[in-house]
Design a protein around this ligand. Structure first.
Ligand code: 13P
Length: 256
């Protein structure tokens, strides 16, 4: 397994076309100056900026991802976006089951599972988000909640399929709150997830699967959060909106 950390920017519902292009330009300039950065970098702009950002980052080490998609491939689903449409804009990744989708759009584990299966069928790499809310955290239910989420979200995902899945552990209480999980807390959940993946698949899969952490990652706490080997990178919200901050986080991930 490459030791590069996977650093994913989730812009959520931020940035129009011009701002998105400006950000991509800033990233490109930085990469040109610094040559190869030892990290796998993914930008997930809103749908409306995918094509424009793709044009900017083609030929660089930056990859493109979407923040959501529908679980059908074509048809009368007004307002929805298919996996094929994402691929046609240059997406390699797609974030699925983000807690904001679960909270505001009633996405259940069953819906997330349908999306994961179709994304894999259509050749996209899903970044599957799971995590407990504050009440569950306080009630010490973290492990049972993520156990249930991961079992349901990965239902019928084959061993071949799981090789293209990334899991993002995003405790809901840490998202946008400025209260990140400690490296120790995240490490213990990631270890739990690996054991679970080992039971569902095998040791090889559990070692190779990328499990990234999200929730109030900043340039200040990134190095500490990315130090445990079991934490393969980060899913970054607020701090990914400014290129300078995002680049600092990428640099903090290069842990030798
Ligand atoms: P923040 O980094 O803003 O807490 O958001 C995390 C997140 O939800 C990334 O998907």
């Amino acid at each position: 397994m490459a030791n590069n950390k996977l650093i994913v920017a989730n812009w959520k519902m931020n940035k129009g076309l011009v701002q998105s292009q400006q950000f991509a330009d800033e990233m490109k300039l930085y990469l040109e100056k610094h040559k190869v950065i030892e990290a796998d970098i993914v930008l997930c702009p809103p749908f409306t900026s995918l094509d424009a950002v793709n044009k900017k980052i083609t030929g660089t080490q930056i990859k493109l991802g979407a923040q959501n998609m529908y679980f059908e491939t074509i048809g009368a689903y007004t307002g929805e976006i298919s996996p094929g449409m994402l691929k046609s804009c240059g997406c390699e990744y797609v974030i699925l089951g983000h807690s904001e989708r679960r909270q505001y759009f009633n996405e259940t584990n069953a819906v997330v599972n349908k999306k994961v299966l179709i994304a894999l069928d259509e050749g996209l790499k899903p970044i599957v988000c799971i995590g407990e809310n504050l009440q569950e955290h306080e009630d010490k239910l973290t492990e049972s909640v993520i156990d249930e989420q991961i079992t349901a979200c990965l239902l019928h995902v084959s061993e071949e399929g799981i090789a293209n899945v990334t899991i993002a552990y995003e405790p809901v209480w840490a998202i946008g709150t400025g209260k990140n999980a400690t490296a120790h807390q995240a490490e213990s959940v990631h270890n739990f997830l690996r054991k679970k993946i080992k039971k569902m698949y095998n040791e090889e899969v559990s070692k190779n699967i990328k499990i990234i952490y999200g929730g109030s990652v900043t340039p200040e706490n990134a190095k500490e959060l990315f130090t445990p080997q079991t934490i393969n990178g980060g899913l970054i919200g607020g701090a990914s909106l400014e290129a300078e901050k995002f680049i600092k986080i990428i640099n903090a991930s290069n842990i030798k």
